[in-house]
Design a protein around this ligand. Structure first.
Ligand code: SF4
Ligand code: SF4
Length: 106
């Protein structure tokens, strides 16, 4: 179990569907992506760091990522960036921290 929390920062494993949705709404509401240079206007839903939201269908080019300034980032101690193009916190954590990626693929 030890490793789990570093992967599942949002604690979705312990949630029922309703709580999962509630937390997603909370994340989306606080999300700063719409003010980010990388963001493409009209893309939704944001809150790309949240598990299962998925990457953006519209964003193709990575510019700056302002996730570091987001309250969600601080609250849940997130550790990755560019969730819109690279996949959620959980997904990137699985790739790097569990798959033992050293000097990763990016
Ligand atoms: S950390 Fe980034 S993707 Fe997640 S809610 Fe904040 S701005 Fe949006
Ligand atoms: S995930 Fe990061 S790079 Fe992508 S739109 Fe949000 S703040 Fe910008």
């Amino acid at each position: 179990m030890g490793k789990y929390d570093t992967i599942d920062r949002f604690g979705i494993d312990k949630m029922n569907k309703e709580d999962y949705q509630k937390r997603q709404d909370y994340v989306t509401k606080k999300c700063k992506c719409q003010g980010c240079p990388t963001y493409v206007k009209g893309d939704a839903p944001t809150g790309y760091c949240y598990p299962l939201v998925g990457t953006s269908k519209m964003i193709q080019w990575e510019k700056d990522c302002i996730c570091g300034t987001c309250p969600v980032y601080k609250e849940y101690e997130l550790s990755h960036t560019h969730y819109c193009t690279r996949c959620s916190q959980m997904c990137q954590a699985l790739k790097t921290e569990v798959a033992g990626g050293q000097g990763g693929s990016g």
